[in-house]
Write a protein that binds this ligand. Structure first.
Ligand code: ZN
Length: 246
């Protein structure tokens, strides 16, 4: 039966469809991941204006027909996030966040925590400091966001005690298969971790995304966090993010 839902949503990706239409990959508050068609969106006098660009946080009316794709029948802007789209460094950081959502949350199933993390990430990125010359993949805001998404997905890296023996000795490596850090006695193989890296990841896991820019993570800590995030994606999800290797 055809029906309509009103929901907040973030546009993750958008493709042209024919002359005037677009296909949107959305992450919605009410139904999780949804694919939708926006008709006439590329006409100059479109009723949707520029509201359905990637990063846009919108309120949508979605009509569910018989096909796989919903139809967008109404759209109002909550936050445009133009500041992300119009600045190259923020855009690169933002694209990593959107790709992480696309790969981790593929089901049409509401996940309030994932939606909240996504909207917070975009809000913080609008205001976060630019780091010219620094790799977007090492940005503390997007590292914090991805650690939160791993947490919400049930893959939070265990970094409190040694995941093998339970000891509280310093952690020296990360074992992707075990999903956590290990002490020196258990640390055979795995990804080596610095004390700054362990400290930095604990800090990011236990503080809001908004605190990430001022968490004071050094480059080594950022690299360790990136290695743990990448290994967790590969081991648990079987994927890599293209935007992280840029
Ligand atoms: Zn151990």
């Amino acid at each position: 039966m055809a029906r309509s839902t009103t929901t907040e949503a973030v546009v993750l990706r958008s493709f042209r469809l024919g002359e005037a239409d677009r296909i949107l990959h959305l992450y919605t508050q009410e139904r999780g991941r949804v694919g939708a068609v926006a008709k006439g969106v590329r006409k100059t006098k479109s009723r949707f204006g520029g509201r359905l660009e990637p990063f846009s946080h919108v309120e949508l009316v979605l009509h569910q027909g018989r096909g796989d794709l919903d139809t967008v029948t109404g759209a109002s802007l909550i936050r445009s996030h133009d500041r992300i789209r119009s600045e190259p460094y923020r855009l690169q950081v933002g694209m990593i966040g959107l790709e992480a959502m696309l790969k981790l949350f593929t089901e049409q199933e509401a996940n309030e925590k994932a939606f909240l993390a996504l909207t917070r990430f975009l809000d913080v990125l609008d205001e976060s400091p630019l780091r010219p010359g620094s790799r977007a993949a090492l940005d503390p805001v997007v590292l914090s966001f991805q650690l939160k998404l791993l947490w919400v997905s049930g893959y939070m890296p265990h970094l409190e005690t040694c995941v093998e023996c339970g000891s509280t000795e310093p952690l020296v490596a990360f074992l992707p298969a075990a999903g956590g850090g290990v002490c020196a006695s258990c640390g055979h193989g795995g990804i080596s971790l610095s004390p700054e890296g362990v400290h930095g990841m604990r800090l990011l896991l236990h503080s809001p995304i908004a605190a990430a820019p001022t968490a004071g993570l050094g480059e080594r800590a950022q690299r360790d966090a990136l290695a743990v995030v990448t290994a967790s994606y590969e081991h648990h999800g079987g994927f890599r993010l293209k935007t992280l290797s840029a």
